[in-house]
Design a protein around this ligand. Structure first.
Ligand code: SAM
Length: 288
């Protein structure tokens, strides 16, 4: 690792587009590299100069800001890219990782098709924070952004994901949460669901359970703030794919982790869930 000389610390970075993740609530959740990058760019392209301005004031950064979002014209995007070819331009969103249900895709796509160098400075992302907090299987997950607002479109979107053998991760809003939970309860009454709310903030909360129970809970106490909604992967319906039977068979010749891996490969089921089940079966077998 190189240690920059004192004079390098204030110098502008190389030209290019720098995608910079910012906090999703707790202002401490920003990396040293992100702060350094924001300080050493010529301009920061942001969704809302008031929101980003508050973060910059907190960090004592005086870099100029320029509005940029997905509604920017082709010409405005081209001008920003021309600029990034000559000087360092940071891209931030209001919170979290740019491009993840936030503006930036077209800008990055076009930068990659041009001479502009692209660098991503990782950091907070609500989907990942919710996933790690939920206790749901995380070895495979599918991030699906926001569900549609209308009932039929939401049901159709969920139905399309029904057989995906992975934890599903959605962004959700307070006013729509109960309707989404009711739709989940109707479609998948047996799958575990998690509601991760106000992550990294004072009133952070994560509840896991059946969708119907969570719908009842949030009908009585409407959820405020920002929400990540997660749904555990499906178990197979086919009786010949009974995971317990397959695990018992595999445990006859393999250690627990290898048995779980084999059944996971054969069924597409989550390996961590199978591992936990294999440990329990092994205990049962020992006792019997
Ligand atoms: N790019 C952001 C990221 O990396 O997480 C997401 C931006 S998206 C426009 C905003 C949505 O992310 C919110 O409606 C909510 O679903 C989710 N979200 C953002 N911050 C959150 C938080 N602190 N707690 C829970 N969900 C959050």
């Amino acid at each position: 690792m190189t240690t920059p000389r004192e004079s390098d610390l204030s110098a502008l970075l190389e030209p290019g587009l720098y995608i910079v993740a910012t906090p999703i609530g707790n202002l401490g959740d920003i990396t040293l590299r992100a702060i350094d990058t924001l300080r050493r760019c010529a301009v920061i392209a942001c969704e809302d100069t008031r929101v980003t301005g508050r973060l910059l004031a907190h960090l004592g950064i005086e870099t100029r800001m320029q509005r940029y979002d997905d509604h920017a014209s082709d010409a405005a995007r081209a001008r920003l890219l021309e600029r990034a070819a000559q000087e360092p331009v940071a891209l931030v969103s209001d919170a979290g990782t740019p491009l993840i249900s936030d503006p930036g895709y077209r800008l990055v796509r076009e930068a990659r098709d041009s001479v502009v160098a692209v660098t991503s400075i990782p950091g907070a992302c609500a989907a990942i924070t919710g996933l790690t907090l939920s206790g749901l299987p995380n070895d495979r997950f599918l991030f699906a952004g926001f569900l549609p607002a209308k009932d039929k479109a939401r049901r159709d979107a969920l139905a399309e994901l029904a057989s995906v053998p992975a934890t599903l991760v959605f962004y959700e809003t307070g006013p729509r949460l109960v309707r989404s939970l009711e739709a989940l309860a109707e479609l998948w009454p047996d799958r575990d669901v998690a509601v991760a709310r106000e992550l990294t903030k004072l009133h952070e909360e994560c509840r896991t359970g059946a969708a119907a129970d969570l719908a009842a809970h949030y009908s009585e106490r409407p959820a405020k703030g920002e929400i990540v909604l997660l749904v555990a992967p499906p178990w197979p319906a086919a009786p010949d794919e009974d995971p317990d039977a397959l695990l018992r068979e595999a445990l006859g010749e393999l250690p627990v982790s290898k048995a779980a891996a084999r059944v996971s490969k054969a069924t597409g089921l989550d390996r961590q869930t199978l591992y936990a089940r294999a440990v329990a079966i092994k205990e049962e077998l020992k006792r019997s």
